[in-house]
Write a protein that binds this ligand. Structure first.
Ligand SMILES: [Zn+2]
Length: 428
């Protein structure tokens, strides 16, 4: 009797300890540090989008994906998912409204055209924005409409008028010009002549996959952004490089390690997509581009990993999940950690709107249970977006435990047995 009872128990124990050893062999602090040291090194010059520094980082991530035997994504012939964006540099602006000249400072043109020359007969829709409306929100709507528009913005918005320049960032495609003029006038005659230098620049996500054994069509996405802020002013210590060891070399390290782990486990029934996004810091363009290349309905879950290098507000062996209440993703993960010390908590900084501040948001808007896993203490994290975000400030042991927790807690989703509920789509 005893022997027969003991035997299966022995086997069970054995399997557990073997797999525990196995995961420790693949996911540990030494390996995390090896990868972090490269990504957060001064040589990468802060990994700013559109610079040679980020290109070096991409090459390194590619070599890691290759080592792990990942396949290319979709029809790609390389791990790089490259695309181009249109950039504009302001040259000059001049204009007249009802016969009087407008100062160049009072003209903000959101356009992808080198030359924008028009008058009241050029087919522009004329708008006025009064005080009491939300300037940025209204401007966003008008720009999204993508129609030639001239907008006369009431002087009451003078203080915030300059903020409209934020809309002059890089664009995926040519857009119809939307011209903002700071003026109380609603003129019947006007003409403007605005010039920009227009160029296109290439950028790329780095992506590799492990095809699913039975549920090939269903994607589980593991992501982090590998871009950061580049080089800025030197701090008191003379350091000008924003290494971004935590933001988000840490998440990128996790993606690389999870790719290697699952490539050796060979047990994924769903297709696993490992992606290092570009251009998160300047507008989330990498994840936007990626989301346009997939059928989001086939994306079962997204584990976006951001800043896991420091201890969370609860200490070691814990991390939070943004948008926890928007799906049962967090509950599924936690249920797979029964018996372990590790705890996934709901995001404790709801006022910071973190769910909408990283690459998960683009996919969540399409209904994907896409969440960001983080430990960053957003109210007190001292090194956040400073030159001091360096590898020495990270806890590599704790970070490895978090990556391990992600590997273990995603088990049911990876095997196709568990499927988080969809999040509510955003109407755009
Ligand atoms: Zn980040």
């Amino acid at each position: 009797m005893i022997k027969r009872l003991l035997l299966p128990a022995f086997f069970v124990l054995n399997i557990f300890s073997v797999s525990a050893q196995h995961i420790d062999k693949l996911i540990n602090a030494t390996e995390a540090e090896r990868i972090e040291k490269v990504l957060a090194s001064d040589e990468m010059l802060g990994r700013k989008t559109f610079t040679p520094g980020i290109d070096k980082a991409a090459t390194f991530i590619e070599s890691e994906f290759k080592k792990s035997g990942l396949q290319f994504f979709g029809n790609l012939k390389t791990y790089r998912q490259s695309f181009e964006m249109i950039k504009t540099k302001f040259i000059s602006a001049a204009g007249m409204i009802d016969g009087s000249a407008v100062a160049a400072d009072n003209i903000i043109a959101v356009t992808t055209d080198a030359s924008v020359k028009f008058d009241e007969n050029s087919g522009y829709t004329k708008m006025t924005l009064d005080t009491g409306v939300n300037l940025m929100a209204e401007a966003a709507k008008l720009i999204a409409n993508n129609k030639k528009t001239i907008v006369f913005v009431n002087q009451g918005h003078a203080k915030n008028f300059g903020r409209l320049k934020r809309f002059k960032r890089e664009s995926f495609e040519t857009k119809q010009p939307v011209i903002f003029i700071l003026s109380d006038a609603n003129p019947s005659s006007f003409n403007f002549d605005i010039t920009h230098q227009v160029s296109t620049s290439a950028l790329s996500n780095v992506v590799g996959i492990l095809p699913g054994k039975t549920k090939k069509e269903e994607m589980v996405i593991f992501s982090g952004h590998y871009d950061h802020l580049g080089i800025g002013k030197a701090n008191a210590a003379g350091d000008s490089i924003y290494n971004g060891a935590n933001d988000d070399a840490a998440g990128t390290t996790a993606v690389i390690m999870l790719a290697d782990y699952f490539s050796k486990m060979k047990n994924n029934e769903r297709t696993l997509v490992f992606i290092a996004f570009t251009a998160e810091e300047i507008g989330g363009f990498g994840s936007q581009y990626f989301s346009q290349q997939i059928n989001a309905d086939k994306a079962v879950a997204m584990f976006n990993i951001e800043m896991i290098g420091t201890e969370s507000q609860w200490g070691k062996n814990s991390a939070y999940i943004t948008g926890y209440e928007k799906s049962d993703f967090g509950k599924i993960l936690q249920a797979n950690l029964v018996g372990s010390q590790f705890k996934f908590e709901p995001d404790p900084y709801p006022k910071q709107n973190l769910f909408y501040r990283s690459d998960n948001a683009t996919l969540a808007a399409l209904g994907v249970p896409a969440h960001t896993i983080s430990t960053s203490k957003m109210d007190t994290e001292k090194m956040y977006h400073t030159q001091e975000d360096e590898i020495e400030t990270l806890d590599m042991i704790n970070m490895a435990e978090i990556i391990k927790a992600i590997a273990i807690s995603s088990k049911g989703i990876v095997s196709g047995k568990e499927t988080p509920v969809r999040v509510e789509k955003l109407n755009r």
